[in-house]
Design a protein around this ligand. Structure first.
Ligand code: ADP
Ligand code: MG
Length: 260
């Protein structure tokens, strides 16, 4: 019989494995890249130089992939702090506006009087960027990317066994696209590390699995709703900050805003 692992246990072991491989293979790649650089200095034949350049390009994208794997494995070092959701989400939206394709219109909406949350700020940014990149990839002809944050109260026994039974207050951050949507067989595997439907070089399959890991390790959770031909909504739920979670700063930033 097969041993059943939960999604998060699967992530743990795959994360450790991937991190170890990425680390060792990075060392090897730096030797390869160093030698290629020296070889390039000695080679004058144009055809041979081109071969060296191709090899350098391949080794460099290998090193890029390793960087991502290391990022995925480095999940034990979360540094959760009390966060103002509005300011944080809008900061990320500004970043996205500069980097995402022009035919993707970003619309952000933050509920008035939204609760503070406790989460690692750079991992939250990372998660939102991952979701936005997926949304962009799903909208080859352009479309809308909505990012909406609101307070969310779960029933205390929502049936989610990995959710703390006495925690009910979360902030929901929903990322919605008007893209291709996900068929059932894709949806089923979407959180699996290395699962991708994208062509080689376009996707690593580590986006949703790391967002899943981030939500879980933040004592939150995640949901996907998707309709083929309509679009996809990924919702991340992060725990509301308690009175005891002291703010790091007293600066009040208006969170009323929206739109782009
Ligand atoms: P990657 O983006 O590298 O393929 P992810 O883990 O981010 O890996 O996503 C896994 C797969 O889930 C994608 O290849 C795609 O098929 C599907 N997917 C994720 N997000 C969306 C989305 N917003 N719309 C449609 N399909 C999606
Ligand atoms: Mg992705």
């Amino acid at each position: 019989t097969q041993t059943m692992l939960t999604a998060s246990q699967r992530l743990d072991s795959i994360g450790q494995l991937a991190g170890g491989i990425a680390h060792d293979s990075n060392n090897l790649l730096s030797i390869i890249l160093g030698n290629l650089e020296l070889a390039a200095l000695k080679v004058t034949d144009p055809e041979a130089r081109e071969m060296i350049e191709d090899a350098q390009a391949a080794a460099t994208s290998g090193a890029d992939l390793n960087q991502r794997l290391l990022g995925f494995a480095r999940k034990q070092n979360l540094a959760p702090v009390r966060l103002q959701v509005g300011a944080h989400v809008l900061g990320t939206v500004r970043l996205l506006e500069r980097t995402i394709r022009e035919d993707v219109r970003i619309v952000a909406k933050i509920e008035r009087n939204i609760w503070d949350i406790v989460a690692d700020p750079s991992e939250l940014t990372n998660a939102l960027v991952n979701l936005a990149v997926n949304a962009r990839d799903a909208m080859s002809d352009g479309g809308f990317l909505h990012i909406e944050a609101r307070n969310y109260k779960s029933e205390s026994n929502g049936g989610q066994k990995d959710r703390s039974a006495d925690r009910t207050d979360y902030v929901e951050i929903a990322v919605t696209d008007t893209g291709a949507g996900m068929p059932a067989d894709v949806l089923e595997k979407a959180f699996d590390p290395f699962f991708t439907t994208k062509e080689q070089g376009k996707g690593t399959g580590l986006g949703l699995s790391s967002v899943y890991g981030f939500a879980e390790q933040s004592s939150g959770f995640i949901k996907i709703d998707s309709q083929v031909g309509e679009g996809t909504t990924v919702r991340i739920y992060l725990p509301r900050a308690l009175e005891a979670d002291k703010p790091k700063t007293t600066t009040q930033i208006s969170t009323e805003i929206l739109a782009a």
